[in-house]
Design a protein around this ligand. Sequence first.
Ligand code: PMP
Length: 298
Amino acid sequence: MYFNDNTIIYFNGNFVKAAEANTNLYGQSLHYGYAVFEGIKSYKTENGTKIFKAQEHYDRLRRSAELMHMPFNYTTEELTALSYEVLERNGFSDAYLRPIVICSPNMSLSKGKESYLAIEAWEWSNGYMANKMRITTSSYQRPNPKAFKIEAKVSGHYVNSILACQEAKDAGYDEALVLDGNGFVAESSGANVFYEKDGTLYTPAKGNILPGITRATVLDICKELDIPTQETFFTPDEMRGADAAFFCGTAAEVLALDSLDDVPFTKQWDTTLSATVQKAYQNLVLGKTLEEFKLQLG
Ligand code: PMP
């Protein structure tokens, strides 16, 4: 479960028990998916509990609200401080934080007049994922960027993610690889994607994806480690049978893929550049610098 009788959340100006918090049933957020949210992780580090990339996540939350014409007046600094307080009040270190901005009761199709912020958190153990994911190309496309603000993290977008993820699971796979309207690889239901071929890492260019904070971090890692990258458009055909591939996202971190449509990625994971990126990411979230990581590599 995500909460128990003692769990505290921040809700609209107060710290309250999750079990006692409630919302109105007559709102656009519930009826139309008109809410914006974030998925953030905190880690137990040598210097105490640290929220990874808090600024980037809260800047994106504020931008998502702005793109949805929602009034939302918290600063990134306030949001970060509230998040640390939620963690502290619950005694959490390794945790997942889920801030969500919902709108006041209103069933019309005009913009929200007032918004409410909830910050929920639950414990998250970052166990090593031994099994690589078997993924399949989805029959669903990602939402048309001319129909949505695709770079915003909006609740309604995730109906598409549920359809794609469930279709993949029903077919016996772990996850879906979802294409854009032009047939190019976009992303997974809840993570970005990279593949590795002949010493270069390829990832879909922006335009049809949620440009993830983890994706940006991976690109930074590659720059620092002199690993060539290309942000480009490619088909699943180009990706199938590549040397390696991974999903990346706040929850997934850097997650190795086994195969796409039953065609395996060919290199042994531990020998790939992707595996080096995975290790570098695991160091960063624990508060270590890339310089320290480079020294370990020798
Ligand atoms: N794409 C989608 C559709 C997502 O839901 C997520 C998770 N927020 C991502 C990509 C990865 O984003 P981030 O690295 O910012 O968590």
